[in-house]
Design a binder for this molecule. Sequence first.
Ligand code: S3P
Length: 447
Amino acid sequence: MKRTIKPARKFGGTLSVPGDKSIAHRAALLSILSNGPIVARNFPDNADCRSSLNAAAMFGVRVEQAGSTVTLHPPAKLSLPPDAIIDCGNSGTTARLLAGLIAGSGLEATLTGDESLRRRPMKRVIDPLTAMGASLAGTENRLPLKVVGSKLLPFEYTLKVPSAQVKSALLLAGLASKCSVVVREETPTRDHTENVIEAIGEGITVREIKPVVEPDPVDPRRKRTRMPESFKREVALSAQTRIDGGDIDIPGDISTASFFLAAAAISGKSITVTNVGLNPLRTEFLDHLKAIGCTVAITDKTVVSGEARGNVTVVGSQLKSRKLHGDTIVGLIDEIPMVAVMAAFADGTTIIRDAAELRVKESDRLMAVSENLRRMGVKCGLLADGLVIEGRKEITGADIQSYGDHRIAMAFSIAALFAVGPSTIDEDNVVAVSCPQFYDLLSSIAS
Ligand code: S3P
């Protein structure tokens, strides 16, 4: 079904967004290995998190839902039905984290998913989990992936791809197998697995490597800054790590909030999103908004269940272009489609590099963004690892293709709100993967 989006005449206000998808996945999947029940509050009702809840239920977790509170009762004994096939839907996080958990559990299952997920690369988890002693087999290293778990060996690993999903897969493998795992990150990725284990369990330690300032050996009167290690973060899970269970209060999802905050940026108006997650490894988008000229204010900042949260107000202005590359891209990994749309409304040319990872997300997001921007009359160059976007004053309404990807649909729905003339977008239910209420929320702030 096609949805028509007309340009907004009135825009601004306050809203809250559903709970953070990444944290909800961790709550659901860690319940499989927990010693006691986990009560997850503000659990988002979306297709991706339902994939993780359904998977947990296959391991014998009893899932009780009362409004947005989900209580997860772990099984007395870990088991799976014979020849289990676990459908992870569209969710890469469910598939990759479960690959680790099953690898360390001594159980067997086949992981599969929808067409998009079956195209996505799994070698990044297959290689390290195989090195730990599990057996994982999938044609061309993709789903359907047969995972045969076993008692794994203690493992130390530096991530080859900066991916929180890979890091979490290895941590879950260690937790399930009761073996120690050390994961080193050259570029730190979101740390929700570490935070949830710390909040309702015990046995994980994190070392942040700080640069040292020392006399320059060439000219000792000067100082130089040096990284003492080749990595920036080290996560160590001991063989004794356990999940006891308890309460996890999930803050609003900053990646969902980013679409509404971007709308404030483009319109020059003000939007406040309340109770949104402000984990420092997830707030690069707020830094980006400041860098391109917006005002960003945070109030009522607190930490609950190991995760920072607060209210964020963004006031837009005439936007500036920016060059984005390196670690910044990892911090913006889910927000790049929205960043690219904002760039279309900015002065000057925005260049995004080091973003080849976007080609293997729910869709080829570099291609999807460039195609839709071109349809809206924006000059956009498609690079192997990025985009070159020429900002302009006006963009035109168009027939937008979501490519079945929730973040493409949401980013271009925002573009359509500020385009000249109406737009249509295919298959609007695609937003249900992360935020089924997206269009209702949008109509509460734009008319
Ligand atoms: C996620 C990690 C990121 C992100 C995805 C959710 C997670 O993927 O893009 O939407 O919850 O761990 P990668 O770890 O593959 O970068």
